[in-house]
Design a protein around this ligand. Sequence first.
Ligand code: HT7
Ligand code: ZN
Length: 900
Amino acid sequence: AIAIRREDYTAPAYWIDSVELTFDLDPNKTRVLNRMVLRRNPDVAAQPLKLDGDDLNLARVLVNGQGTSFKMEGSRLVLENLPEGSEPFALEIFTTCCPAKNTQLMGLYVSQGTFFTQCEAEGFRRITYFLDRPDVMASYTVTLRADKAQYPVLLSNGNLVDSGVLEDGRHFAKWVDPHKKPCYLFALVAGKLVAREQKIKSRSGTDHLLQVYVRPGDLGKTEHAMNSLMYSVAWDEARFGLPLDLERFMIVATSDFNMGAMENKGLNIFNTKYVLASEATATDTDFANIESVVGHEYFHNWTGNRVTCRDWFQLSLKEGLTVFRDQEFSMDLAGSPSARAVKRIEDVRVLRTAQFPEDAGPMAHPVRPDSYVEINNFYTVTIYEKGAEVVRMQHNLVGREGFAKGMKLYFERHDGQAVTCDDFVQAIADANPASPLTQHLAQFKRWYSQAGTPRVRATGRYDAATRCYALTLSQSCAPTPGQSEKQPFVIPVELGLIDATTGAALPLQLAGEGSESANATTSRVIVLTEASQTLTFTNLDAEPVPSLLRGFSAPAVLDIDYTDAQLLTLLAHDADAFNRWEAGQRLALRTAINAIADGAMGIGASGQFDHQILAAEFVDAMRSVLRNPALDAAFKELVLTLPSETYIAEQLDVVDPQRIHAVREAMREQLALSLQADWEAAWEQNQDTGGYSPDPVSSGRRALSGLALHMLCIAAQKTGDVVWPGKAYQRFKVATNMTDRFNALTALVASGSELAPPALARFHALFKDEPLVIDKWFALQAGAPDRGGNVLPAVRQLMAHPDFSLKNPNRARSVIFSYCSANPGAFHRSDAAGYVFWSDRVIELDAINPQVAARLARALDRWKKLAAPWRSAAREAIARVAAKPDLSNDVREVVTRALA
Ligand code: HT7
Ligand code: ZN
């Protein structure tokens, strides 16, 4: 496998102006006639035309209507005898392919009797020979021909310009896309589908048709997706002045999909998981995810489609920016400052539990990578979530209005082009010449070029004589693969100071500043650019408590030696909701880490800790949060949820997964038992009153009552109480929405209640015809707490269940990923059986779907941190996969990096 390097980029030797594709769709042998008009790129030295292809049967090649010689270089088609000069010429290529055998789900494939395509990143070459790179943008005309009875709906990008019947029961549809596009945005769909339709008028008065296509039976579950799409259209026009540029915008759902969704121009293809929802089958989280994924794909229409990437190293140009946009969309829809804070906390939680480990592991790469072997491996949390944080910092450094101006300039400069991350930052900076972003532009761009998470060390010193508080901020960043030295980043640190006794916000006056301007300011942004900087705050009567990195103003780790008392002050009083939550997390984390390290704390015969771990002050603080009538339920649920095992593991140099699991479980148990009366009150006070609505307030109430029920069942398991498991079972039976029903089922399963097996059986019987609900049923069992090593055998049994299929990515994820990647206590077995299971599944999946297999392969990324005996067992399991001779490039790259 050869690494592709960013520095080797050269412009294409040919441009493709137009493409006319004709498909004769047949699952076993689809015929593709590709008629292109090309011309040489005058800026590049004359050279043969090399077209990408993969798994195609080539039947005919004509240049300007004449047969021509060609040769193959690997899977590429090479044409040497092309017309000289820069005049356009016609190239016609006729190929066939076999969609029914396409289990990779890249290119043209069949899912439940319907044809779908997935072309990003390099799937178009599996449909026809082409210059499969994003900087080649062409006009597309597409004719689809297929059996009318089996494939009544024929869709492609753009506008339907013709349709009709053919001989032998076949019919055709002809689509013209009015916009030039790179081939990764091409799509077609053909099958038995029905659509929810909605006509809308844009702000400028243009009419558009929105359609959500699903399988016949699923139409009743499309209302939320359609509403989300309508909100998305309105939001992009209102917030960024970006209108819908198509007469028709379609979303189609498929149950076989490698990722979440795909932003093909005018014809988005979605995993059913991010389209279908009814209160009976989808949880509040599902509803929220649908809103954000529908938004995300829609927002790509400008950030990705109108302005696309020059090459795949620039992937974050569209993904980081579009994640930032979908996060802002959800926050704007959420409305209240508290609901915005909840969304911010959830986003940061994802970043810290998934992206920070990636940045510290063998797959660490910059937001704009320098090289890759398989681009599919780089659809990562670094490209998406860290990329979004880098855009968010730009937004915050230039301000909301300044960012809007920067976006406007970006589109003025680059609409219709394929550009780079540099082009984006330059536009934001140029639109804001006086901003700190522009002032530190070259240094800011290190966020794109340097991998790794910076750490900011904060130390404070109060001098009573001068009434000054000196805060020193120092930054560092550990080496990452291929980058041993790091230069300082530009780190915006939003901060405030809090009175240690009253919790009041203090005015921020830096030495040398007048007191008048400072009086009004209790929060400000300091831009850290040096390795170390000291700020001196004046006019302070006592040592304050610093509240730093408010709102998580930069994707960094903050190291600061807070006392417990200071953290309790922040938890109770910080005006910044993010840092209130963060203070609670720090207290819990510190307690967990101390208990993990404390050899005197033993695990008893029951496999449980025999000591109380949580300090009374912590429990009291949690009680205060739970009882505080001024706080929203959603926020309380976040504060009362302990840091995950994965997050705790990341803070340690040597990881004993079993000890982490035991400590966290013991902490939960103690919280469950000590706050029993408060959990009961939380349950009672947060019952649904009206009809179901997935809005932030109602879903927050369900989240908190769900956590309360879970805790009450955990406590009951300890005390022998049968009332709460009984209540949970009753709630499970009568619940009218999936959130309450699934929360109750989770409480029974996770607490090990004897009511769990009958509840699981009932759940399966109720939802046997709802694949997305059956995914939840599988995931819950594969992710259940381990009791004496029972989860792995259960997982094996689940794989033998008639509803299980390794070929369906959602189903594979629901069982295998839930076990290997989301259940550390059960996966990291001391007999290494979890790792053996993992290596078998990676190898097995690789033969079916390398992309999904490579994601699973990453479950052991952090193996080097593991303590004995897990470390050597994990290494052996990775080596076992690596020893397989015929691995895909996808899996090969992941395991090679892991072993390096
Ligand atoms: N841009 C889309 C990426 C995607 C994808 C990539 C590789 C293989 C399959 C895929 N399906 C979708 C999704 C997005 O970020 O919007
Ligand atoms: Zn995206």
